[in-house]
Design a protein around this ligand. Structure first.
Ligand SMILES: [Zn+2]
Length: 362
């Protein structure tokens, strides 16, 4: 998709006074000699699917860790279904910047940020958005999806392939009983020993817990603050491919949905049978830019030569909800960058690189 031969010269505009002030405050480049590039803030994505018939209410959280595509892809697939019975809430990309960076935590481990957290933390808003969503929804159960390391059934210290609970029971909710029912049901069709999915109780509330760090996790927060039952579903990072990771997430979700009376269409069996197609959809991607007041749509790699004093805005991304742009030339948290000479942005669909957009100040 690279097309570095295609270059464009875009006519400049005169900087407005407030923009000059903004550039000075960022102190990244002098405005007369560079260009200012702005991107929209990373969105917090949330979905609510309401069934016609009454049933349970489930909230699925994906993407707390950015390098766990099985988790956020499974959550994303669920956003495409119709709910026939009950209610389904989904936060597929809780940590979008880390997904685009393909890092566990671009700003550190977000699953350790649900205890006290400084307002200065770059993840503060993301964590607050998720907390608010949970508080507003107050689901019957929250299921947070992860791709952990290794295989728990053959290595009890590994987090991959297990259902994690913080306690056998909490606030009268039988976390252990429910997790074991799901474990038993999914293991009926898992024949490879290391791929089996047991229950892992971290005993987070116990004084002698081996996992006191879990007291800063999302599930512990849910149990203690909004008093929402929460369970963590882990597949393994070491499964052979993304399809298999998503499949195991869907298998576990199917059983939890059954327990809580939430029905979807197409069914989980259909999603599991078609997982290969669902994780590799054919898409075209477009990025809409505003370069010195002129609209430009980009669908493949391009380099724009812009005059000094230029102003560029990324307006919107089209392709999937995982489509966005980041520049690895700067800190990914920055969504307004003053450049002197050049910068490259990578347009991504979650972990996949789609094309690049470069700017050179001439
Ligand atoms: Zn994780």
């Amino acid at each position: 998709m690279e097309n570095p031969g295609r270059r464009e010269l875009v006519k400049g505009l005169i900087f407005s006074v407030p923009l000059l002030a903004a550039l000075k405050s960022e102190a990244l480049a002098s405005p007369g000699r560079g260009a200012l590039i702005e991107l929209p803030p990373f969105p917090f994505q949330e979905t609510h699917l309401q069934g016609e018939r009454k049933g349970g209410r489930i909230l699925v959280v994906g993407g707390i860790h950015g390098n766990e595509p099985g988790a956020y892809t499974a959550a994303e697939i669920l956003r495409t279904v119709k709910v026939k019975r009950g209610e389904l809430f989904i936060a597929p990309r809780s940590n979008f910047v880390s997904i685009l960076a393909d890092k566990r935590g671009y700003n550190g481990d977000m699953n350790r940020k649900f205890g006290p957290l400084s307002k200065k933390d770059p993840d503060y808003k993301r964590v607050q958005d998720l907390k608010e969503f949970i508080g507003n929804v107050k689901p019957d159960i929250l299921l947070t999806l992860h791709d952990g390391y290794g295989f728990h059934s053959v290595n009890p210290r590994a987090w991959g392939q297990c259902i994690v609970i913080d306690a056998e029971e909490h606030n009268g909710f039988p976390l252990g009983k429910e997790a074991r029912a799901v474990s038993k049901a999914v293991n009926r069709s898992i024949h490879k020993r290391e791929w089996r999915i047991p229950v892992y109780n971290t005993r987070t509330f116990a004084a002698d817990t081996k996992h006191p760090e879990q007291r800063r996790s999302l599930t512990y927060y849910c149990l203690t603050k909004p008093k929402v039952p929460a369970i963590c579903l882990e597949v393994s990072k070491q499964l052979p491919n993304l399809e298999t990771k998503v499949k195991f997430h869907l298998m576990m979700l199917k059983e939890f949905f059954k327990l809580h009376g939430v029905e979807i269409e197409p069914s989980f069996d259909y999603l599991i049978a078609n997982v290969e197609r669902l994780v590799n959809p054919k898409r075209t991607y477009t990025v809409d830019l505003l370069i010195n007041g002129r609209h430009v749509s980009v669908s493949s790699s391009r380099t724009f030569k812009v005059p000094k004093g230029s102003r560029v805005k990324f307006l919107s991304f089209h392709g999937s909800d995982g489509t966005n742009a980041v520049s690895f030339d700067v800190n990914l948290n920055l969504r307004r960058v003053a450049i002197r000479r050049r910068i490259a942005f990578t347009v991504k669909d979650d972990f996949r690189k789609v094309f690049s957009v470069r700017f050179e100040v001439v």
